[in-house]
Design a protein around this ligand. Structure first.
Ligand code: ADP
Ligand code: MG
Length: 257
């Protein structure tokens, strides 16, 4: 049965999509079967993986899945043998109101994907930078949450919002939701500020595991622009090594040493 991991942070631009994509490839490279789900109406993950083909999925995407206009098998796109995608679409934000008014609205995603969970080792969900019904659906179906963040002042104090939402989800729809960890992103050693913020982060949230730090690397941005993983764009580089380390860390948390 797949471990379901939400990559979430209500702040935009912190690396949710970058993390989902590269961790997805990282896990798939080890032979694990991985399903990525894009529930962000801005469809950056989908665009990164299939480019303009996103236009072909108007009737088969995460939105139509949640409104039961498509079923899960016909909604899955094969990227590589081990890496599959449930795409987002331009019309996803228009679906939001329909889903909000639907019966069992918090469990639409859970119900839709449960038939295929036995087919995968990992499901990674890329979330929008907002606290709406899509994030609630994805936290409701998830075993774990991974939170990428930038080590800025607001990046550090902003965690409180996510933790509050997670507490509410545990109370209402999913008591098993676990914080897998925080992933400091765009880390740089050029100034002392990030180091100090990392310390601050440890002090402010002593119970939150802090996982592998991802360096600020232009290669990550370029790889995303070209629609490839960091393992293909710059194998063996600093960013690829960090994602390899993070992949092993995630595997050992989920599967044990
Ligand atoms: P989010 O999904 O949280 O909005 P993204 O993953 O789209 O964030 O990242 C925002 C921007 O920052 C993108 O252009 C991405 O390529 C870039 N980016 C993400 N992580 C890094 C990094 N470690 N180094 C350099 N650029 C990064
Ligand atoms: Mg994103």
């Amino acid at each position: 049965m797949a471990a379901v991991i939400s990559v979430a942070n209500q702040k935009g631009g912190v690396g949710k999509t970058t993390l989902t994509l590269n961790l997805g490839y990282g896990l798939a490279r080890t032979g694990r079967k991985v399903l990525l789900i894009d529930v962000d109406p801005q469809f950056n993950l989908t665009f990164g993986l299939i480019g303009m083909d996103v236009l072909n999925y108007e009737t088969n995407n995460v939105g139509t899945l949640m409104t039961k206009e498509s079923n899960v098998e016909e909604t899955i796109v094969e990227i590589t043998e081990n890496l599959h995608l449930i795409p987002s679409h331009l019309n996803l934000s228009a679906k939001e109101i329909e889903i909000i008014n639907a019966y069992n609205r918090e469990r639409r995603l859970e119900k839709a994907i449960s038939p295929v969970l036995p087919d995968y080792d990992y499901v990674l969900i890329d979330n929008p930078p907002s606290m709406g019904i899509f994030l609630v659906n994805s936290l409701t179906v998830s075993d774990y949450v991974l939170i990428p963040l930038e080590l800025s002042y607001f990046g550090v104090i902003g965690m409180q919002l996510m933790f509050g939402l997670m507490a509410m989800i545990r109370e209402e729809t999913n008591e098993n939701l676990t914080l897998m960890g925080l992933v400091p992103n765009k880390f740089t050693r050029q100034t002392k500020v990030p180091q100090a913020r990392l310390k601050e982060l440890r002090k402010t949230y002593p119970d939150a595991p802090i996982l592998t730090t991802i360096p600020r690397a232009i290669s990550l941005e370029k790889a995303q622009g070209e629609g490839v993983s960091i393992f293909d764009y710059e194998p063996g580089g600093r960013a690829a090594r960090a994602f390899e380390k993070l992949t092993s860390e995630v595997i050992s948390i989920v599967e044990g040493e």
